[in-house]
Design a protein around this ligand. Structure first.
Ligand code: GCV
Length: 718
């Protein structure tokens, strides 16, 4: 968002030209009908009807000479809001409280700025009591409309203002790990904690996609504009989405389209073999190239605005180009060539590592894998390839270092990947708000806070937007995350996990936004008329909940102390002797992974300065990542002044205390919440308290037995 007034003069002149245009008026609200029908059985999340009251009770003029599906949505949303809240559609601008206007294509250049070229950008202005939202495309107008909804009454009161809003990157994506065929271990939604899939049921694409349309509406109101609709682990049933199930994909795309959301598919590298009957998937094979080109032709013929393919190759058993001695650049570029004629994208995941490691092998470090497999190919990826890299080098742990691979490819389009679903963070049974975690990660200054002026301050979010300090500014990537939604009545299992989905969209739109302010927005929208008690209770429970979860689970960046398989609940040695490469090496003397150049795996060398040295040295390594980078004795003294083992005890006792305090606050306030929400949250808190108690006792006992060091405060450790 630009500072209010920055483009003030131009904009005011533009507005007056618009008001003249309005008098000539092509104002119309007589196109459709109604937005997605509200299903009273499904929780409305952050779009309850009441959220539209401030807009819907006013006089609205719409200047929208556009026949696109998104323009129809804008009309339908405004029409429905006015009908529900007693406002009126007006023809004359001077009679309007609110003007929503599509900027005419022939608007004079002085009324346009760079951002106007972005079809998702909009200008919000309030002058003399009239609010005007203008955009150059219906998509921008839709975002502007939801901006008004978000602001509520505040949109219409206060001093005059002119603000331009534009998204940080054009690719703000959610990946679904939904299976068509229920997986015997992973179920309908892999790592899903909110019931079944909203897309698939009992082996087929759902006939009724109303729920998908409702989801599209929620996503548009938070800022997401792309969705990949099936699991990156692509089984035989899901492979068919490229083939005989394509008409179903087209139906899903049709449900997303009116809200400006583009549909993508995860595809199997082995598709030419599975579907085409070819003997190979070798990217250098002409038959394979032809097969993919044909597949792309079919997909875009069915869905002309299709987005592209997401691919997990040579990863955790998925097939890939390594089988043919080819690189990931070879594989990605072959697919990129197939989709390029259609303007399609390839999101190629960098989650490539050896998942059949021998724990006795101390030389291999899984954390190094993404960098090693991808950085050498920087500059060789096609223009329409986006390398999608998990935010940390392991796997969405509560605390791990930021992935150095994200910073290692100035000549590649990069999309950091996050996880909204809480695979390692409590399965949407624990109240854990992730906005602050993501905000911190997105703001990570890969080249340090200060430096030579040209490099300093560039963040993960900057890299995603193509502003790598060594790049030429043209390699614009995006942001991706794994969705946390299912067919649960609350969408997300824990009603408060809706806040994570909302925050993901808002941070993808503006990574610099304050995550607590985002939480405030979510509260105001989701609980209309929220009392001080409701607001204060939610902040007390959620603001620091990420740190709280960290306190009672894996300490100091040690990672992977979860139950294998489910990834829920404590099991400090669960992965210690497994093939997954996620070891912490705790013994009687100490704990942690030596990833230094001096004596360890050398992983610290994958970071640019200053972090390569900051992490290398015990003197400068931040406490919260100590065990990610160093193997230290339990008696090692942290910067905080505590020993490692005492820190573990203290945080685990305090972590549970914080959960108990949150549960107490909840019990006191629950009657102020809607009964259905109260019932579900109460049930979730009972489980969170049980599980956090388990974590505290198992982890403390583990450290006591390994170290033999008693708690300085004599508390009970088993
Ligand atoms: C979709 C982790 C998860 C897997 C997931 C994988 C991935 O390993 O446990 O369920 O697979 O990440 O991101 O591909």
């Amino acid at each position: 968002m630009e500072a209010p007034g920055r483009s003030g003069l131009g904009c005011n002149r533009f507005l007056s030209s618009h008001l003249i245009a309005l008098e000539r008026s092509d104002v119309t609200l007589n196109r459709p009908s109604h937005p997605v029908p509200a299903d009273p059985a499904v929780h409305p999340a952050w779009l309850p009807e009441a959220a539209f009251a401030p807009l819907g009770s006013r006089r609205v003029a719409l200047v929208l000479d556009d026949a696109s599906p998104v323009a129809d949505t804008v009309r339908a949303e405004v029409t429905a809001a006015l009908a529900a809240h007693g406002g009126a559609a007006v023809e004359a601008a001077e009679a309007a409280d609110v003007v929503l206007a599509l900027r005419p294509a022939d608007a004079a250049p002085q009324f346009q700025s760079d951002g106007d070229l972005d079809p998702e950008a909009f200008t919000y202005a309030r002058a003399g009591g009239v609010v005007t939202v203008t955009a150059s495309d219906a998509r921008g107008l839709l975002y502007g409309l939801f901006h008004l909804v978000r602001l509520g009454e505040r949109a219409f009161t206060g001093a005059d203002v002119v603000e331009r809003h534009a998204p940080h990157t054009p690719l703000r994506m959610l990946d679904h790990w939904d299976n068509i065929a229920v997986h015997p271990v992973m179920g309908q939604v892999e790592r899903g904690y909110a019931g079944g899939s909203i897309f698939y049921e009992a082996g087929v694409v759902r006939e009724d996609l109303t729920r998908v349309a409702q989801y599209a509406r929620l996503l548009a109101a938070s800022g997401v504009n792309r969705v990949a609709i099936n699991n990156v682990n692509v089984g035989p049933a899901e492979t068919r989405l490229l083939d005989d199930l394509l008409p179903d994909v087209a139906r899903i795309a049709a449900a997303f389209r009116p809200y400006g959301i583009t549909t993508h598919l995860s595809v199997s590298w082995a598709s030419p073999v599975r579907l085409g009957g070819l003997a190979t998937s070798d990217p250098f094979d002409a038959g394979v190239q032809e097969w993919w080109a044909g597949a792309a032709d079919r997909v875009w013929a069915a869905i002309p605005d299709f987005g592209g393919f997401v691919i997990k190759a040579d990863s955790e058993g998925q097939p890939g180009p390594f089988a043919y001695g080819r690189t990931h650049a070879d594989g990605a570029n072959m697919l990129a060539a197939a989709v390029a004629p259609h303007g399609g994208l390839i999101h190629w995941r960098a989650f490539v590592y050896n998942h059949e490691q021998d724990w006795r092998d101390r030389r291999t470090d899984r954390a190094k894998a993404a960098f090693e497999h991808f950085a050498p190919y920087d500059g060789t990826f096609a223009d329409n390839v986006i390398v999608q890299i998990k935010h940390g080098p392991l796997d969405f742990q509560v605390r791990e270092a930021t992935s150095p691979a994200i910073a290692a490819m100035p000549r590649t389009r990069v999309a950091p990947e996050f996880q909204v679903t809480t695979e390692y963070l409590g399965h949407q049974k624990h109240a854990v708000y992730l906005g602050r975690m993501w905000s911190q990660l997105l703001a990570f200054p890969y080249w340090g806070q200060d430096g030579d002026g040209s490099r300093s301050g560039r963040t993960m979010a900057d890299v995603a937007a193509g502003r790598h300090p060594l790049g030429d500014g043209t390699r614009v990537g995006g942001l991706a995350a794994v969705s946390n939604v299912g067919d649960d009545v609350f969408w997300t299992g824990h009603p408060f996990a809706q806040a994570n989905l909302y925050a993901w969209g808002r941070l993808a739109w503006d990574p610099t936004a304050d995550p607590i302010a985002i939480l405030d927005e979510w509260i105001a929208l989701t609980f209309p008329g929220a009392t001080a008690l409701v607001r204060e209770t939610l902040h007390a429970i959620l603001d620091q909940s990420w740190e709280t979860y960290e306190m009672y689970t894996a300490p100091l960046g040690v990672c992977f102390m979860v139950q294998p398989g489910s990834h829920y609940g404590p099991s400090p040695d669960g992965y210690e002797y497994s093939p997954w490469g996620t070891y912490h090496f705790a013994d009687r003397d100490g704990v942690g992974v030596d990833r230094t150049r001096a004596t360890g795996s050398g992983y610290t060398g994958q970071y640019p300065a200053p972090w390569s040295d900051v992490y290398e040295s015990l003197d400068t390594c931040p406490d919260e990542l100590l065990l990610f980078f160093h193997h230290v004795p339990y008696s090692h003294v942290l910067h905080s002044g505590k020993t490692v083992v005492q820190h573990v005890y203290d945080t685990h006792f305090e972590g549970l205390e914080r959960v108990l305090e949150a549960a107490r606050r909840w019990t006191e306030a629950q009657d102020a919440f809607p009964a259905d929400v109260a019932e579900r949250v109460t049930e979730r808190f009972a489980e969170q308290v049980r599980s956090a108690t388990d974590w505290r006792d198992v982890v403390n006992t583990y450290f006591l037995r390994h170290s033999g060091v008693a708690d300085a405060h004599g508390r009970t450790i088993y």
